[in-house]
Each structure stands twice: as C-alpha cells, then as structure tokens.
Design a binder for this molecule. Sequence first.
Ligand code: NAP
Length: 341
Amino acid sequence: MSSTNKTTIFITGANGYIAKHIIKQALEAGYGVVGTVRSTEKGDALAKLVKNSKFSYEVVKSLDHKGVYDQPLKNHPEVTVLLHTASPVDFSAKDPLNETIIPAIEGVKELFDSVKANAPQIKRVVLTTSIAAIAIAVLKGINAVGGPYTESDWSPITIEEGSEDGYKAYCASKKFEELAAWKYVEEEKPNFTLATVAPAYAIGPQAFEEDAAAGIQASTSSSIAGLLKLGKSDEIPVFVGDMVDVRDVAKCHILAFELDSAQGERFIAASECFSNHQAIEVITKVFPQYKDLLPTPDLDEREKPTAPIFQNERTRKILGFEFIKPEVSIVDQLNQLFKYK
Ligand code: NAP
C-alpha cells in the first residue's frame, strides 16, 4: 500500500451511484472521506446512510461557479486526494450546451484552479470520465459501433455535434471535460498527478441497502431493473455493449490514486460485452418466477453490438484485478432489489 493510505479523500458528487461505492470502499480501507453535495438535505441524508465518523460533507451548490470549491477545500487541509465524479448526467437537457457541456468543462477547470490555489497539499487526482469520451455510437454521419477501442482512443464528437441533443451533449461533455483536465495538468503543472477512469455501462447493487429499499435511483443501473417490467410479448430493448460492475468502478478509482504506476494513465472500467437478451437469460435462469413473465431472449443478439466495444488490457495490467462478470452484477443487483419488493 502506498504512503497515501489513511489520508483523507475529497470526492465531488458524493451522493451519486458510483460515488457512494467509492466512499464505502474508501472508508472500509481506512481512509477519511469529505464529500461534496448540492444541499444540506442531501448531505444529511448521505451521512445517515454512511454512518461513519470518518465521513463528513461540504455543500457545493454548483459545479462551475467561480470560487465554489475554495472554502470547502480550505476547510480540509488533511485532504491529499481528490476524486471528481460530479457531472451533469441529464440526457433530456433542454439547453445541452449550457446545461451539460459547459458546466462539465468549466467545472473541472474551476476545481483544479481551486486546488492549485487553496489545497497545494493535494497530490493525486482521479477524474471520472466515460467510455463515451473514447468512442460514441450515435452520431450523425459517424458510425463508431465496432472497435475494439482502447485507452488511447478519443471519440470524434465535436462541441457543435454535442449541442444537438441531451445524449450527445453528455458524450461531448465527458470528452471535453477530460481533455480540459489533461491540458490543465500539462500547462499549469499543479502539485498533483492525474489519472482518469472511464466506466462502461455501470450495473450492480446500490452501495447502501437503504437506497435499494427506496428503489433503484435514476442512473443507468435502472434499466436492468427496468427489464423486469417487460411483458411476455414485449420486445426486448436493443442494447449490446460493454458493462461493468459499479463496485469495480469504485475499485478502479481507489487503485487509480493508490498506485504509483497509475499516475498519468487513462483506465477503461469494463468487464465484457453483454446484451439485454443475455441479461434476461440470466434473470429467468436464476429467478425462475420470471420465466413465464418475461419475453424469450434471442441470444443471437450477442453477435450484433449496438454500442462500441472496448478492449482494456492496459487497465487490467496496471490495476491488476479481474472484473466481475455481468451475470454476477445482475444477480447481485436483483437480489438486493428483491429484498425490498
Ligand atoms: P449519478 O448517480 O447521477 O450521480 C451524479 C452526481 O453528480 C450526483 O452527485 C449529482 O448531484 C452530481 N451532479 C450532477 N449534475 C451536477 C451539477 N450540475 N452540479 C453539481 N453536481 C452535479 O451518476 P453516476 O452514474 O454515479 O455517475 C457518476 C460519474 O460517473 C459521472 O461523472 C458520470 O458521467 C460517470 N459515468 C457513469 C456511468 C454509469 O453507467 N453510471 C458510466 C460512465 C461514466 P445531485 O444528486 O445533486 O444531482
């Protein structure tokens, strides 16, 4: 374990699906955690879930307003690691450029400026990006389905294309936010090193049981649970692409700041290509009560990716662990959900 062990981590977007797993794993490993949330209500609710005296929160109302991170960072001179997970994730944004792309790009610059000015003791930063920064499927005139794409690739999307709708805006925001982060490090030469984690489609259980009781929150994980609502004669929504267990996404973030060899690297957090048809196959096998309720899967769907396919050998080599298989993530997620159904 590196010398950063037992330090305190500052994590933005602390009440997110992925961030809660990072917080849980970091506390279990003995780190202190300071999380940012957008309101006291959200902070209090999170502290109630986390139930750990080594966790505290700061309210940061916006991602990108001038000086928003200054006082929260000054309040915590014990912090030496920063994880930036907060990002506008709203595929239905009405003004995609101003609601999604600009806040993501300006947000990372504002955060890094604030670290440079107020928290020079921060030595390691991990940014949560996305496989959407690496390749994108839905783009007028560009068919990026295929691959495999690796840690060296960048999606061809432009800011103009990204401004066309909410989903493209999200894809553009992740690419240009990540580019802004690497540029900042290169040009401003702050005291910290950077690593980025690009998750595939994250699935798996909630970090805290209470969240499962409240229903699967509005993140991409919801569509696995959403498959349960299908009727016998419904069409299975088409999706064939890389998936990753949310617990492994969290693990990647922790290793990305712990390992010296991870500094300056981009990581793809992805297990393997899986389809909604395969997911239904798993569900009906493990939970036979769904066999007569759900549509019959067509496993040939496995052969036709509808999303880009990724290859993350470099990530696996540096981080050194085996990703959880989608079958396991799906079963764990549903077992957690069924406790509260
Ligand atoms: P999530 O549950 O929706 O969490 C997003 C977090 O960002 C929340 O804390 C949210 O705060 C905060 N946030 C959103 N817009 C913000 C804004 N304008 N200002 C300040 N905070 C804002 O999403 P998630 O799935 O955990 O995603 C976390 C990160 O992983 C994001 O960077 C996302 O792009 C990336 N990612 C996720 C997936 C996936 O499959 N889940 C895949 C690839 C990449 P509120 O709760 O207050 O809204």
